[in-house]
Design a protein around this ligand. Structure first.
Ligand SMILES: Nc1ncnc2c1ncn2[C@@H]1O[C@H](COP(=O)(O)OP(=O)(O)OP(=O)(O)O)[C@@H](O)[C@H]1O
Ligand SMILES: [Mg+2]
Length: 362
């Protein structure tokens, strides 16, 4: 029961190609003991391939995987002691819940009494003790996922790999499973990698998120930093909703850049990055970082309001800039004063720190 506490996982400079396709390109991730890392990225960016490398199903062309500092590259999958829950990693249909969970333990030749004890323990962990004699087809989708989780956990894996395990579940069950994973992490000090398309899931479950694109990790950071300080233009657009405003950098010094937007405003933006004067830039501002005004002023640009809709406690405005860019702006619903007016101006909220990226390469 304590065997899963405290294992580190190091993925070191892993590259894997399928023929001409580079699925994983020089990826390094140091996962701390007891940490849950989410792999987040668009379809085809290499998430599953990276998990398969860790699990030992795929032998990468370059790089190394280490658990607790020791390379496991030479070990076949069945000797790696890595737990896996894949979306369609089906349960054995003809075996009961208890037999499914016992499978890995029996395959490892554990004594009968120990198998029985361990099965009971992990069925309790996933709260399925009363379902031990049912067949998979007599369970709901969420219950089946919990059996798969218990089966993966029962062999006390050093690392748990979860590849979109909750995709088939509806929202409520998904949330239950996410909470379950967090609880298991706290109880066992589980080290895990969770692959997901769902950024909310990544934000709520993971301690850190690795955002992948085209086989590379573009940012590996806490959920809050990935959202608030995206490292690249791709991350700023992929995680959360953002507005892109084109312009040019005028000068950049002392942690600030002056930018002229094609939308028609000159802004001073805090940034740590350096920009050559005249270089094309993209300002990435989230809907909640923008503000609507009914009068012009420096650092504001004119917009046409196309639509305003209530969104829970907020109002979402759909705006168009004079250079034809579409902006989404969210503000608390009580701020209804601008609703009736035709001409409005948009600006950054005083405290907003939007991302500023060099656009010369795109
Ligand atoms: N067995 C294979 N043979 C050839 N190419 C493959 C194979 N498996 C994956 N690929 C390719 O490698 C790339 C990465 O695939 P991978 O399955 O790792 O992506 P993913 O991020 O898991 O995507 P998804 O979110 O759709 O599951 C893709 O371009 C894919 O087409
Ligand atoms: Mg995949």
């Amino acid at each position: 029961m304590t065997g899963t506490r405290g294992h580190t996982l190091d993925i070191v400079a892993v590259t894997h190609r399928y023929g001409a396709v580079t699925a994983v390109a020089d990826v390094s991730l140091a996962v701390r003991a007891g940490e849950i890392v989410a792999l987040l990225g668009p379809s085809g960016c290499g998430k599953t391939t990276l998990l398969r490398v860790v699990a030992g199903f795929v032998r990468p062309q370059a790089g190394s995987v280490r658990i607790d500092g020791a390379a496991i590259d030479g070990l076949p999958a069945n000797l790696r002691n890595v737990g896996i829950v894949f979306q369609n990693y089906a349960l054995f249909p003809h075996m009961t819940v208890a037999q499914n969970v016992a499978y890995g333990l029996e395959a490892r030749g554990r004594p009968r009494a120990e198998v029985r004890r361990t099965v009971e323990t992990f069925l309790d962990v996933v709260r399925l003790g009363d379902f031990r004699d049912r067949l998979p087809r007599q369970l709901s989708g969420g219950q089946q996922q919990r059996v798969a989780l218990a089966r993966a956990l029962a062999v006390e894996p050093t690392v748990l790999l979860l590849d979109e395990p909750f995709n088939a579940l509806d929202k409520g069950l998904r949330l239950d499973m996410q909470i379950e994973i967090k609880r298991l992490q706290r109880q066992f000090g589980l080290t895990a990698i969770l692959v997901t398309h769902d950024q909310d899931e990544a934000m709520s479950v993971a301690d850190r998120i690795a955002v992948m694109n085209h086989g590379r990790v573009e940012q590996f950071d806490t959920p809050v930093n990935v959202y608030d300080r995206p490292a690249t233009l791709f991350v700023s657009g992929f995680v959360g909703t953002t507005n892109l405003l084109r312009g040019r950098a005028l000068e950049a010094k002392n942690g600030c850049a002056v930018v002229t937007l094609d939308a028609g405003a000159r802004l001073t933006v805090r940034t740590e990055r350096a920009f050559t004067a005249g270089v094309p830039v993209v300002l990435s501002a989230r809907p909640e970082q923008l503000c609507l005004y009914t009068a012009p002023a420096p650092e504001r640009w004119s917009v046409t309001r196309r639509l305003s809709v209530p969104l829970g406690p907020n109002t979402m405005h759909d705006l168009e800039t004079r250079d034809g860019a579409t902006l989404k702006l969210i503000e608390p619903r009580h701020a209804y004063g601008v609703d009736a007016k035709e001409e409005v101006w948009c600006g950054l909220r005083p405290e907003a720190e939007p991302g500023l990226f060099d656009a010369s390469s795109i």
